[in-house]
Design a protein around this ligand. Structure first.
Ligand code: PEP
Ligand code: MG
Length: 757
């Protein structure tokens, strides 16, 4: 059975289009189950009906012509309940709906199973037989297993038709939505330009080298050509993005200079392989290693290596360069977009980006956010290789791509773009105004930073302090731990740029999804493992170097605060405090005039919520890391797209934990802030302000939006809203209540939760 299943799925996978895939299914399943009829009905949402799309055993003329309304007949029943129906005699069932064109009156036994993809029912797979008998359990299990495996293939084939504007049954269709995740917010309408990697590394056969020295020269020349190209691209970035982001691009360049990669290829050529084969082998090894890394940021680097090596391969294959013509309204699309592909497009022509693979952590998404280009990542079913020059809409708010837009939808999005431009222009005026409510309650808006460019951008947005400097970011961008002196320089730059405003530096938070390539942590449950303060307390030498660097960097500026991540008990705080005191004492002994900075803890674990009071007694301030707190309270991996719908900071349990933290910190007379993503959600920010948070710390890009919303509500209205939502027991209801309050306060729809509609 397993063999048959595998072989059917393989054949269907290789089919050229939806109809051929369905024809293979009905033919092969009828044979495998040794039955008389196998048919597939697919939902055509434009027609609101299930259409008989393929059949082996029913009248051929009926295929493509016969359909059942939603809920009609046994097909409708299977689809509605999303459950199999197995009947000895279908005609006796009350829902049986006879379709005379099919000739099905001869068949009594009926087994129908739903075809479900990502919770939505695409159609029904049916087998029928003349005899009056129930299909047995193993036949039912076979059909269910097969249907589950085929659903993805059918969804993909349907998507391919949809991009051409054709529904499963061949009708014209419009406004097909392809889901991904948001890479960079905003909306763009434009025409697709699809780019492919320069050359395909997976298609290189193994061959011996005819002349080893010549192959080595050939490879070195190719490497030099790519180096030259990359330097040119690097130059093109100047002026488009901040210097730090250009440095991200430098890493890319350095991979070529890196002795490791080039050297490995040369060693393989010396061992007898031709240059192309040696390159393909080394590339695939590196790509595999990177892809296996737990850290999302690092696993995304596999795409960079692939791109780089295929550029070298391109020169080895002595291909003619492909000159891409970019439209004036280019939406750049690729299976796996890379920063190099992005910067090849003239800036004024680039309107949006769509990548089939990748996440919000991909380099290309980081660059897109800096450049303000609406981007959708991970649009897995988007049939990119079928696209020519096609008009599409990129909705970077929702992470959706819309093909064949109807006039109505296009008009709606054009309005959104206009509103977006007006909104952004209007927000500029708020930069120098205080963040206070309509009834004069003052809230402080700080920012989260990682790179130096974040700092510059933040100051530009009127940030009043840094609530979270993720010190691990500069660690992630290196090939070894930065020395105390190197850290000092990085920290000094941040402190100086913001002085006299406060900069809160978090001690190294690695582990979980952030592991350093030069300090790998292999664990079965990394989020419950060696992470944050647990790592640094076990490695006091790393912790001490970091604290010394922070303290030294603050000399004469005195705007430093230090914050400890992933605290689960008071012993961790006591131990960390001892080390900080030791570092301070050492520096005093070294005759440096270092002030002892305020120390705070992050509340990120449920255990810490219940210990807020005890923790607050030990430190100067409390800061809630709501990203992790939500993940740990709800037991939902913050990076797993399968459970992303369960991850909500509006969950009543999360709100009640936050409220408890604020109240207890206030009772201890300690300042309390929040630095998770929810602080940058304007609706959530209103609730957080009402709870009593003194400081909301967020991504600089959201700061003016939050300020604008807070300035349009009164503290009284926010507190009434908070009282209401604290009585609610469902995240969705809470979202709606917040949305309604913002609506009543006249807040622009692009700043509310529903955003583009
Ligand atoms: C958090 O967990 O909310 C937080 C701010 O830290 P990070 O996102 O870096 O884990
Ligand atoms: Mg965290």
């Amino acid at each position: 059975m397993l063999e048959q299943l595998r072989s059917i799925v393989q054949k269907v996978n290789a089919a050229k289009d939806l109809q051929s895939a369905l024809d293979i299914i009905v033919h092969r399943v009828r044979d495998a189950l040794d039955t008389q009829v196998c048919s597939v009905y697919l939902l055509d949402s434009d027609l609101n009906s299930h259409v008989l799309m393929a059949s082996e055993g029913l009248n051929r003329e009926a295929v493509g012509h016969v359909s059942l309304d939603l809920g009609e007949g046994l097909i409708g029943l299977v689809a509605k309940h999303a459950e199999p129906i197995n009947l000895q005699d279908a005609s006796l069932h009350p829902s049986y709906h006879y379709l005379k064109e099919t000739g099905e009156e001869n068949f009594h036994a009926f087994l129908g199973v739903p075809i479900i993809h990502h919770r939505s029912t695409l159609g029904v797979l049916v087998v029928q037989h003349e005899e009056r008998r129930r299909f047995d359990e193993s036949e039912e299990a076979f059909l269910i297993t097969l249907s589950a495996q085929l659903a993805g293939v059918i969804a993909h084939a349907e998507a391919t038709g949809a991009i051409e504007g054709i529904s499963p049954s061949g009708h014209k269709t419009s406004d097909t939505v392809f889901h991904g995740v948001s890479g960079s917010s905003g909306v763009a309408i434009g025409h697709t330009v699809v780019v492919f990697p320069a050359a395909d590394l997976s298609q290189i056969p193994n061959r011996p080298a005819k002349n080893i020295d010549k192959e080595i020269d050939f490879f070195n020349n190719a490497l030099n050509s790519v180096r030259k190209d990359m330097r040119e691209l690097h130059g093109k970035l100047a002026g488009h993005v901040a210097e730090e982001e250009r440095q991200l691009f430098d890493i890319y360049l350095r991979m070529l200079d890196d002795d490791a990669l080039g050297n490995e290829v040369v060693q393989r050529i010396k061992a007898g392989s031709w240059a192309q084969g040696a390159l393909a082998f080394v590339a695939s090894e590196h790509v595999r290693n990177f892809e296996m890394m737990n850290d999302e940021y690092l696993s995304e680097r596999a795409a960079d290596i692939k791109d780089l090596c295929s550029r070298v391969l391109f020169y080895l294959q002595e291909k003619e360069p492909v000159v891409t013509e970019y439209n004036n309204d280019t939406i750049l699309v690729s299976e796996e977009l890379t920063p190099a592909m992005l910067v090849e497009v003239p800036k004024e022509k680039l309107k949006g980006l769509v990548s089939v693979k990748g996440s919000g952590n991909s380099h290309v998404a980081i660059l897109a956010r800096t450049m303000g280009i609406p981007t959708v990542m991970g649009a897995v079913v988007f049939p990119y290789n079928q696209l020519g020059n096609k008009e599409i809409i990129v909705d970077g708010y929702k992470g959706e791509v819309i093909s064949n837009p109807s006039d109505q939808v296009r008009k709606r999005y054009l309005n959104t773009i206009k509103e977006q431009d007006l909104l952004i222009a209007g927000l500029e005026d708020l930069k120098d105004l205080p963040c206070e409510t309509a009834d004069n309650h003052r809230v402080h808006l700080w920012v989260n930073t990682g790179l130096m460019s974040d700092v510059l951008h933040s100051l530009d947005q009127g940030a009043e302090g840094i609530g979270l400097f993720r010190t691990e970011v500069p660690f992630l961008l290196r090939e070894r731990f930065p020395s105390e002196h190197e850290q000092l320089e990085i920290y000094r730059e941040q402190l100086q740029a913001f002085a006299p405003k406060v900069v809160t530096m978090r001690t190294l938070d690695v582990g979980g999804d952030k592991s350093l390539s030069y300090f790998p942590i292999e664990e079965a449950n990394p989020f419950l493992g060696w992470r944050g303060i647990r790592v640094t307390l076990d490695h006091p030498e790393i912790f001490m170097a970091q604290i010394r660097a922070m303290l030294r960097a603050s000399i004469g500026l005195e705007n430093l605060q230090i914050m400890l991540p992933m605290i689960s008990n008071i012993n961790e705080v006591n131990s960390a405090m001892q080390l900080i005191k030791k570092a301070h004492h050492e520096l005093i002994q070294e005759k440096l005039e270092v002030k002892f900075p305020p120390i705070g803890v992050m509340i990120e674990l449920p255990a810490a919520v219940y210990q807020t009071r005890a923790l607050a007694k030990l430190v100067d301030f409390i800061s809630v890391g709501s990203n992790d707190l939500t993940q740990y309270l709800l037991a939902v991996d913050r990076n797993n797209p399968r459970v992303a719908n369960l991850y909500s900071a509006f969950h009543p349990a999360v709100l009640s934990a936050l409220y408890q933290v604020v109240s207890q910190a206030q009772e201890e007379g300690k300042q309390v802030s929040i630095c998770g993503e929810m602080a940058g959600d304007p609706g959530a920010a209103v609730l957080l302000m009402a709870m009593g948070f003194d400081i909301l710390s967020m991504n600089a890009a959201t700061l003016l939006k939050v300020k604008s919303v807070i300035r349009s509500v009164s503290l009284e209205a926010a507190q009434d809203l908070l009282d209401q939502v604290m009585q609610m027991d469902d995240a969705q209801m809470i979202r709606s209540a917040v949305d309604l309050t913002l609506y009543n306060a006249g807040v622009d729809r692009l700043l509310r939760s529903s955003r583009t509609n």
